[in-house]
Design a protein around this ligand. Sequence first.
Ligand code: ZN
Length: 280
Amino acid sequence: MLSLRLALPILFAFLALPAHAEPKVDALRLYAFDCGRVVFDDLGAFSDTGEYDGQPGELSAPCFLIRHPKGDLLWDAGLGDRIAATPGGVSPRPGVRAFVAHTLQSQLEAVGVRAADVEYIAFSHFHWDHTGNANAFAGATWLLSRREVQALEGQPAPVSVTADNLSAYKQAKVELIDLDRDVFGDGSVRILRANGHTAGHQVLMLRLPKAGTVILSGDLFHTRENFEQGRMPAFNYSRGETLGAMDRVRRILSNTHGRLVIQHDRRDVDALPKAPGYLD
Ligand SMILES: [Zn+2]
């Protein structure tokens, strides 16, 4: 048994530790992390009107950390750090290869944040390439689209969803979203309903103090060309709902002179500051 003389200093050392290890921020910040890339032999499925048939290509798969004075939010969880152990990449299905060069964990560490300290996690949608590291955030509050959860738990199982990636949500604190959600209550970080790519697809709208309005696209648009030409994948849940969501986001961008970041288009991701740099 420890004597009091030994135990008290140990107790006080623990009490002196702050509840959250990472330093808080005094204004909103957006960090973009490289959470992998996916290479396709044929991009044809990314437009249901035939423009990409037979063309090879690559999509980026970023994760985003939004730091707010009231807490941190991870938006989308990438391909999954376990893929980094296979430098030659993994093939989820024929004609598709996924690569992770840098783990999300190492990139969070580089900005002084631990996954266990992140207060919120949210997803544009549940496809495998957006949920790979989700279970590392089991201690966060999961802000989930009710329609996306209903699809996950329903039959037939939704396509391109790896349910194991999301298994922690069953034990985690979950808040379901029906319409839009103002994450921190001050209008600076809003999850917006933008259904159609999947049943409960969402985009994230930020009001940054210097950069102004920024919208993270999820998979509402996969490329700049899809944004400019109104193209969408053949595997979308609803063509009609996607057109409605595209119209909504275009109007908001126009009204706010906002910046759209198309998550799967490397040109848009590379135009953001490289972490540990950030947009504010
Ligand atoms: Zn995707």
